[in-house]
Structure formats: structure tokens, C-alpha cells
Design a protein around this ligand. Structure first.
Ligand code: HEC
Length: 111
């Protein structure tokens, strides 16, 4: 009896040993070659400082193709926000240009 069951017991023993080894937590690899550099902050439209002079230039060059330049003080800031939201894509301005032009237009809007 014992002689017959012996190989089965050995196989069970090996199987569970292998599963046990495969499932143990691996230790974290230690990376020694990497140097730590500070993460550079990209200049995106969201952290571009609005530049009124650049905004004036963009307004005067980008908004005159389809109609005369509109008078800035004929609309309130609120109206301009709405108008710019569909005129900026028409003028094909970049996100950065739209920050400047919005600041310029709002600075000169009617109160
Ligand atoms: C591709 C052509 C095109 C460009 C570029 C364009 N516009 Fe217009 N704009 C129009 C048209 C067409 C109208 C007529 C009204 C409409 O379609 O909404 C208009 C109307 C307007 C009006 C009147 C809106 C109203 O409600 O009375 C304003 C103000 C204006 N545009 C501002 C701008 C500004 C500012 C820019 C630059 C960012 C600009 N537009 C660029 C085509 C253009």
C-alpha cells in the first residue's frame, strides 16, 4: 500500500511546493541607476499668463477676415464670453492665443 501511494504523495508535495514558490511576494527591485530630475511644468493654456498686448495683436489680425473688427465696448464681458466661444474656433486660434485675446477683449468690454 505505502509503496503504491508514494509517487502520488511526492507529486502532491512538488505541486504544492511549486505553487507556494510561485505565489510568494517578490521583493521590490532596487533601481540604483536612475537619477531624479524635477518634473518640468509644461506651459499649457491653463497656466499661460494673459498678455493684453499680444491679445490686441491677435484680435486685430485674427478677427478681421470675415467682418470688420467689432467694437469691444459694444458688449459686456458676459456677452463677449459667449461670442468668443464661437468666434475663437472660427478664427482658428490656438489655446494660448485664446487666453490672450479673451483677456484683451474682456479688459475693454463695456461695463
Ligand atoms: C471664419 C469667419 C470669422 C472669423 C475668423 C471671425 N468671425 Fe466673428 N462673425 C462671423 C460671422 C459669419 C458672424 C455673423 C454672426 C454669426 O454667424 O454668429 C460673426 C459675428 C461676430 C460678432 C457679432 C456677434 C453678435 O452676436 O452680434 C462679433 C462680436 C464677432 N463676430 C467677433 C469676432 C471676433 C472677436 C473674432 C476673432 C476671435 C471673430 N469674430 C472672428 C465670422 C467670423
Amino acid at each position: 500500500m505505502i509503496n503504491k501511494r508514494f509517487p502520488v504523495i511526492i507529486i502532491f508535495f512538488f505541486t504544492f511546493t511549486l505553487i507556494g514558490l510561485a505565489c510568494t511576494k517578490k521583493s521590490m527591485p532596487v533601481i540604483t541607476s536612475r537619477t531624479t530630475e524635477p518634473i518640468k511644468k509644461e506651459k499649457t493654456a491653463l497656466n499661460v499668463d494673459p498678455d493684453l498686448i499680444a491679445g490686441k495683436a491677435i484680435f486685430e489680425s485674427g478677427c478681421k477676415y470675415c467682418h470688420d473688427l467689432p467694437l469691444l465696448n459694444q458688449f459686456t464681458i458676459q456677452r463677449w464670453e459667449g461670442i468668443l466661444s464661437y468666434m475663437i474656433p472660427r478664427a482658428r486660434l490656438t489655446a494660448e492665443q485664446s487666453v490672450h485675446i479673451s483677456a484683451y477683449v474682456k479688459a475693454n468690454a463695456s461695463k
